[in-house]
Write a protein that binds this ligand. Sequence first.
Ligand code: NAD
Ligand code: MG
Length: 363
Amino acid sequence: MTPDTTTDDTIGTADGAERATIYYDEDADTSYIAEKTVAVLGYGSQGHAHAQNLADSEVDVIVGLREDSSSWSAAEDDGLDVRTPAEAAAEADIVSMLVPDTVQPAVYEAIREGLEPGNTLQFAHGFNIHYGQIRPPEDVDVTMIAPKSPGHLVRRNYENREGTPGLLAIYRDATGEAKQEALAYAQAIGCARAGVVETTFQEETETDLFGEQAVLCGGIAELIKAGYETLVDAGYSPEMAYFECLNEMKLIVDLMYEGGIGAMYDSVSDTAEYGGLTRGRAVVDDHARENMEQVLEDVQDGQFAREWITENQANRPTYRQLRQQEKAHEIEAVGEQLRELFAWAEEDSEAEDEESDREEVRA
Ligand code: NAD
Ligand code: MG
């Protein structure tokens, strides 16, 4: 495999300046992973999916877990070899770091002696490498294969012979084969079937943090609450405010997911489209954009990372308090009552994965 044999799919940016390369199964060579042993550290969302998919792709896998971990028996029940992280890493050629990002530096300290020259330390998110919380030796490859999906979908898509899109990044190529090996890993967990977009640790980390803060988690939650509060403060019923500002969000996002913003505007009424086009920009105005730039700056200069690392070292006092505060918002209580009244909420929940649950809902 060389980059020039790559299927020539690219993603353009708004100004067409930078384009990302996308790799597929035909770009991957199984021989780069076939004879290797992979230590999958952690058996949570990503860990269980990577471990099982690798094993089904006939790659040797050892799961690394703490001896008191409740996942130990789960991984064994799934037919996997389980050891402590240090033992697993010592045996392995590739160490896949799939414990929570906040515990990765401590787990790294426990496994670092097991990293031999030519081994690979692999991540599914770049935070600890990009912000210098883990500093692997110069003679170890440092790579990233990050599925753009929660683990249960990575596993389900593999079993259904579908793929899960993912990202590939190489932080350090000590062996000269880091990319080929990462692509073989991506193929083995089912990502190359859907497409693997090439990025860097810096780009993945910064865009991921910015996206979840400004748009996906923080931005959308605050937009919903602000809309809800505006209606309720003006005397409208909390139930109406909930439906308008929170419940309908899913329908709108589904339309955008399927066909972009244009498809969403095509599906709503002309009145909704005209109102959105003329009023949306008044809400997310230049000031909101300046705030977004500040959020991005805090990500880029490491201010956010320092804050989050310190917060964890102090046992998360601010995090706990903000969590409590968020749970206590009126919209949560109103939503809980309304969702109980309507079967659609249960049908949309993750519980529907189980066929039996689905039947119960419909019964
Ligand atoms: P998770 O919280 O679902 O699972 C963590 C696992 O690590 C659990 O099995 C837990 O028992 C184990 N663990 C916790 N502390 C440990 C310790 N001290 N020693 C050994 N094992 C320990 O984590 P996740 O969401 O799968 O995240 C793993 C990585 O994948 C992170 O880097 C994350 O950013 C990345 N990622 C996650 C997703 C996602 O959707 N969840 C998507 C892409 C990338
Ligand atoms: Mg994320």
